[in-house]
Design a protein around this ligand. Structure first.
Ligand SMILES: [Zn+2]
Length: 371
């Protein structure tokens, strides 16, 4: 049967919103319009199974950067457009979605004082890793410090920082080689995704540079294993890595319609390893159907939570000699309860009435206890 319509939907605060239908007869015109914006030659248009591109539009005098991905599907194309509103991303630590609690901010301040070595923030796509790194850079930015970034693309231009826009992975190595000759103090690498970038991060850090980067792993301790998978020996990453962090964005309850609740059911307490104090804990939950202020979702905005594991020289030795596994290290640090963990920070947000169990169990694996 021939389909008569296709649709688009916005992903807002992590969730896809209502589908908006477009008559099928417009599909070729929409496709051509977008390809023209990227000035792509016609021959690549029809032959490539996947097309990536980028363009900028002006929306009420605000420049919006758009990253474009097109995939061939059974029926036609699947498009993903990532919107980047440059007027909105100048976030600073301590404000808005990055208003961390005191414990997290303190641990993060200490991490920022580390003079040399790799500081990694892990998390899935859309967990706000690069936003936090850029906010850290703003904080570290001083006239006497030379900061260079290697990004694909540059998301957040900060005055006083030298940003480099990588067009492809091939540019990475020559770019960083010329970088090192300009004697940077701090290097921001958009992402460690292959052996080459992992090696260069290690190399830069052991020659006395502070390297900030991101990696795609769910848990902070998996950063070490990810470097190993890419081909870096454990002792090397153990010595170079100074802080392993993990970040998530948690949906916050709509302040206009959130509903008070008392206690969490025994079934949920068992599922998510919550102790008996949660049986009578007063908290808030999202209202089903929400209100006009939250587009009937019950949630409004998101806030970041950050897990921080500093790799002390003692811990680095133990990791290098195989006396402790990365996960055992993560558990040990969580059990000490002195550093912010994703689970603990998320549960604190529930106690403060800012979010609910449904929102946190969507983005954090709560089905195991890290205590
Ligand atoms: Zn609401």
């Amino acid at each position: 049967m021939e389909k008569e319509a296709f649709y688009y939907a916005f992903r807002i605060d992590g969730d896809l919103s209502q589908k908006i239908m477009i008559p099928m007869k417009l599909k070729d015109r929409v496709d051509a319009f977008l390809l023209n914006l990227m000035k792509l030659p016609t021959e690549t248009r029809n032959t490539a199974p996947g097309i990536s591109g980028r363009f900028t539009i002006s929306y009420y005098h605000r420049p919006i950067d758009i990253r474009y991905e097109r995939h061939q599907t059974y029926r036609g194309y699947h498009l993903t457009l990532r919107l980047l509103d440059k007027s909105h991303i100048k976030l600073t630590l301590g404000k808005g979605a990055l208003a961390f609690d005191e414990e997290t901010q303190f641990a993060l301040n200490r991490v920022m004082q580390i003079p040399a070595g790799i500081i990694v923030i892990s998390g899935p796509t859309g967990s706000g890793k690069s936003t936090t790194l850029n906010a850290i850079l703003r904080e570290l930015n001083r006239p006497e410090i030379n900061i260079l970034t290697l990004e694909n693309p540059v998301e957040d231009e900060v005055p006083g920082i030298t940003h480099c826009n990588l067009k492809s992975a091939k540019e990475f190595k020559p770019m960083i080689a010329s970088f090192m000759r300009s004697d940077p103090d701090i290097i921001l690498m958009g992402e460690v995704r292959d052996l080459e970038s992992a090696e260069l991060a290690i190399e830069a850090s052991i020659t006395g540079h502070k390297v900030l980067t991101t990696i795609h792993t769910p848990r902070a301790s998996q950063i070490i294993e990810r470097f190993e998978q890419l081909g870096i020996e454990r002792w090397k990453i153990a010595q170079a890595l100074k802080a392993a962090c993990a970040q998530r964005l948690i949906k916050t309850l709509c302040p206009h319609c959130k509903e008070p609740a008392t206690g969490i059911s025994s079934n949920e307490r068992k599922t998510f390893f919550l102790d008996d104090t949660w049986a009578t804990m007063p908290h808030f939950v999202a209202k089903a159907g929400g209100c006009g202020a939250c587009r009937n979702t019950g949630y409004k905005g998101r806030t970041a939570i950050l897990e921080i594991i500093p790799i002390t020289p003692e811990m680095a030795d133990k990791l290098a000699q195989g006396q402790i596994t990365p996960y055992a290290m993560e558990r040990q640090i969580a059990a000490e309860g002195l550093l912010p963990s994703l689970r603990r920070s998320a549960l604190r947000l529930i106690r403060e009435g800012k979010t609910d169990l449904a929102a946190i169990s969507k983005v954090i694996d709560m089905t195991y206890s890290d205590g």
